[in-house]
Design a protein around this ligand. Structure first.
Ligand SMILES: [Zn+2]
Length: 406
């Protein structure tokens, strides 16, 4: 990796990224003002598509789920790498996306996660074209959809369905510039819907109540036990239901998130949750003499597979070294439910790495960004992708070509 820093084209590209810093920020600010809740990213995707074309990438296109791609073809028969960032944000349609500025700090929902990274993709692409820098294997840039929440990694699942032809995958999606996520925590997300016939709180008193049933279920879930290692967690994150204070509601629902590094723990908690829901329904129906009954339905809304790679594997080492070479402190991080879950669960080397600049309050409407040496993020990722794909006459690729149909 060190050899890369001595190459004139690499030097030129790194300098280009630094000079491009202001434009990268401008595009970041433009993009974060385009609403892009999961499943509604098309307008932002079209913006990226145009920018990929302007950057001079080849084979630029948008697929049927609105993932956008552009390629720098390799100079040889090297490994094929995808460098990705996600276009969706956690903020619902209608969120105020006005950018506010105080000194050098910019605030806007979604300004970092992951809009900053999409802007960095554009800068890396432009820098490589300007420096006439082509790796040994194809480098595919991708702005993918549906990373967040109930987006359920739809964009990346679409990419890895079937024979994707990729030998490695790197997503830029971490708040710490030197951050490296190399494990894949599995998560299950469920919507549990309780229904009943509903009625007047006074006139129809005695009917089983879906909200009461859900309360019983939540009380049971709140008492679940989970091991510290392998890290396992549960959360009732959203509850909904009810019509008015004097109505026995006809329905109530909740969203439940269960996560674990262990597939067995996930399955255990899934079974316990099912039991808790069924028990709650039985208790609520038994509480009243009415013939009417409350029912519950459990619907799976998210399924992110678990998987592991050794912390000393080549792709992790390459990311570590790329950061060190630029004076960035590398850090193994454990936010491990990311777009990289899908390739990791398939045994394809993959990472999620950090964005440049300082940031905070991610996933809240106070999300802020401060461009402090923000170019270091994309510079590091340029070195990383060149290390992984190889640069003819300079470095051999870190990634191996996987066996696949030609
Ligand atoms: Zn993200």
């Amino acid at each position: 990796m060190k050899e890369l820093l001595n190459d004139e084209r690499v030097k030129k590209a790194l300098e280009y990224i630094r000079q491009d810093d202001e434009r990268t920020l401008k595009e970041q600010l433009e993009m974060c003002q385009i609403p892009a809740p999961s499943h509604m990213e098309k307008e932002k995707a079209e913006y990226v598509l145009k920018k990929f074309q302007e950057a001079g990438l080849e084979n630029v296109y948008m697929d049927e789920v609105w993932n956008v791609f552009g390629t720098i073809p390799g100079t040889g028969n090297g490994p094929v790498l995808m460098l990705a960032a996600h276009t969706d944000t956690v903020f619902p349609a209608g969120t105020d996306l006005t950018v506010r500025r105080e000194g050098n700090v910019y605030s806007c929902p979604g300004i970092n996660d992951d809009t900053r990274a999409v802007a960095e993709l554009l800068s890396i692409a432009r820098a490589m074209k300007a420096a006439e820098l082509s790796p040994q294997g194809d480098l595919i840039f991708c702005a993918n959809v549906c990373e967040e929440g109930l987006g359920d990694l739809k964009g990346v699942k679409h990419i890895f369905a079937g024979d994707c032809g990729l030998d490695g995958f790197v997503s830029i999606d971490n708040p710490v510039t030197g951050g490296i996520v190399y494990t894949a925590t599995g998560s299950h997300r469920y919507e549990v819907v309780f229904t009943g016939c509903g009625g007047h709180s006074f006139a129809d008193f005695g009917l089983p109540n879906p909200i009461h049933a859900m309360g019983r279920a939540i009380a049971a879930i709140a008492d679940f036990q989970a091991p510290v290692l392998p890290k396992t967690t549960f959360n009732v994150g959203v509850i909904q239901g009810g019509t008015s204070v004097n109505t026995i509601s006809a329905s109530a629902s909740m969203l439940v998130d269960i996560r674990s590094d262990s597939h067995e723990e996930l399955e255990r908690l899934r079974a316990e949750m099912k039991q808790a829901v069924e028990q709650a329904v039985r208790e609520e129906n038994a509480r009243w003499t009415s013939k009417e009954e409350v029912k519950a339905e459990i619907i799976m809304r998210g399924d992110r597979p678990a998987g592991t790679q050794p912390s000393g594997c080549p792709i992790v080492k390459a990311a570590w070294e790329a950061a060190l070479l630029l004076g960035i402190e590398p850090e193994l991080r454990d936010e491990s439910s990311t777009d990289a879950n899908i390739p990791i669960s398939l045994g394809i080397p993959a990472l999620t790495v950090g964005r440049g600049g300082r940031e905070g309050k991610v996933h809240t409407v106070q999300e802020w960004f401060e461009p402090v040496e923000a170019w270091l993020g994309p510079q590091k990722d340029l070195l990383l992708v060149l290390g992984l794909c190889g640069l003819e006459g300079v470095t051999e690729p870190v990634l191996e070509k996987r066996n696949r149909k030609q």
